[in-house]
Design a protein around this ligand. Structure first.
Ligand code: ZN
Length: 458
């Protein structure tokens, strides 16, 4: 049975249009989009008020890290860095049960929908039981991610991560025992993951060699070939120490090494790509791969600043991800991306290339296109053939007072932010209404119980 929605204002591929009729099939795929549509009697029942934009792809998430919010913000005696944060993260995950992983992920995905994301790429590296042994079902925890995505109603691209070693010349240590597999074990894990993902409509499975620290470059082709149907994501050049270790071990910088050895193309997404030389920036932009930027997490972890203007000028595609999930916010990621550039380069409106271009429009357009490519999902536009994923912004929010289509996106990203998200449609279903997810209450209750128990306060 097909369905029809009526939108007051909607961002279509050619720009904002008024009185837009959207027809979709019973699987939530858009069949037709008609601007300036006449409104008959049926319109009232199917009207979604507000300013409609496509749901955003969140191309990089580690869902369990949502539970770490606030746990790594205390000064340690020896000074803090990404690497001391990672120790806190390893301690946090050491005790998580499958139920815990599902409860935390479901809440993270509910928040993603409430804050403008309708699809997520879950970079999933927590595979084994607490003692490092595979579960009876090697994809037990991937199955919990699929279940959490189903509970929330978010589109899922599941990216099981391959983790072979602890560093450029080190075996995995005890704190990494829940991640590490050999290639045969990883192939079994992927097969079992596919069986879980097959139960969630539209779910895709790709693969994620964790990083050049964790996977020798000579193995990348073998890892990628295990999931030829999906995208390939890898963490790259997030930290200067990682660049130095890569240079020492291989004679090349991380992005340089990937450009030389990995055959980067449109299937690939390089997460962070923070530290690049001018030639790496140009090379990545020309490769067809997406840069997966996580500006809030990169700021939180003290990673550094992506060379945004140079990459954009070279025509490089990018998308955004929430990564550590401590502050889930689609508009906030785009704002942080631009603000990092402003602080670094002491200019304004830096993530643009054209005279008079709106920064908000450009950031959103890039995040939609790059994110959809990186997730290999039919999202990112209100157009026939795409999944009906809509974010409706409250047109009565004060940030939009006196604004029109030419400034709506700037007002949303740089001022109103997540509190303007009123209604969200994912796969044709209304999952957020008046700013609240329809399953927020039970999902939050379970999340609270889980967090209290993990903190020893149950
Ligand atoms: Zn990550």
């Amino acid at each position: 049975m097909s369905k029809t929605l009526f939108l007051d204002d909607a961002l279509l591929p050619g720009g904002f249009a008024r009185n837009v009729r959207v027809d979709l099939d019973d699987r939530g795929t858009i069949l037709a989009v008609e601007p300036d549509a006449p409104r008959g009697d049926q319109a009232a029942a199917a009207a979604l008020p507000g300013i409609a934009i496509p749901g955003l792809p969140n191309l990089h998430s580690h869902a369990f890290q949502r539970g770490m919010a606030g746990l790594a913000e205390r000064r340690s005696p020896t000074g803090d860095s990404f690497w001391t944060w990672r120790e806190v993260m390893y301690r946090f995950l050491a005790a998580l049960s499958p139920d815990d992983v599902e409860a935390i992920a479901a809440f993270a995905y509910v928040e993603m929908l409430e804050r403008g994301f309708t699809g997520v790429g879950e970079f999933h590296y927590l595979h084994h039981d607490v003692d490092g042994r595979p579960y009876a079902d090697p994809a037990e925890l991937a199955g919990r991610i699929v279940a959490a995505a189903g509970t929330a109603g978010i589109g899922l691209t599941l990216l099981p991560s391959f983790y072979a070693r602890g560093g450029f010349a080190a075996p995995p240590d005890d704190s990494q025992r829940r991640f590490a597999t050999d290639l045969e074990g990883f192939a079994r894990l992927l097969d079992a993951t596919r069986a879980h993902a097959g139960r969630l409509p539209g779910a895709k499975v790709g693969t994620a060699p964790h990083s050049l620290r964790a996977v020798p470059s000579a193995w990348l082709a073998a890892v990628a070939s295990l999931a030829p149907e999906g995208p390939i994501h890898i963490h790259a050049a997030e930290q200067l120490r990682e660049v130095e270790e890569c240079l020492a071990a291989t004679g090349r910088r991380p992005v340089e090494l990937l450009l030389d050895k990995a055959g980067l193309d449109r299937r690939w997404c390089l997460i962070h790509a923070t530290h690049m030389s001018a030639s790496e920036t140009a090379g990545l932009a020309a490769s067809g791969a997406v840069a997966g930027l996580c500006p809030i997490t990169e700021a939180s972890l003290g990673d550094g600043i992506f060379p945004g203007p140079a990459y954009l000028a070279a025509g490089g595609p990018f998308g955004i991800g929430t990564d550590s999930n401590i502050d889930i916010d689609a508009a906030g990621e785009l704002r942080q991306l631009e603000y990092s550039q402003r602080l670094c380069l002491r200019g304004r409106n830096l993530m643009t290339t054209e005279p008079t271009e709106s920064t908000g429009q450009r950031l959103l357009a890039e995040a939609l296109a790059g994110g959809a490519q990186a997730l290999a999902q039919p999202m990112g536009a209100i157009a026939p053939g795409r999944r009906c994923d809509l974010v409706l912004l409250d047109a009565d929010h004060p940030a939009f007072a006196g604004a029109g289509p030419e400034t709506w996106l700037d007002a949303w990203i740089f001022s109103a932010g997540r509190e303007a998200v009123s209604t969200v449609v994912a796969g044709g279903r209304v999952v957020v209404s008046e700013g609240r997810h329809v399953a927020r209450e039970p999902v939050l209750r379970r999340y609270r119980d889980t967090m209290r128990r993990l903190a020893g306060r149950a």
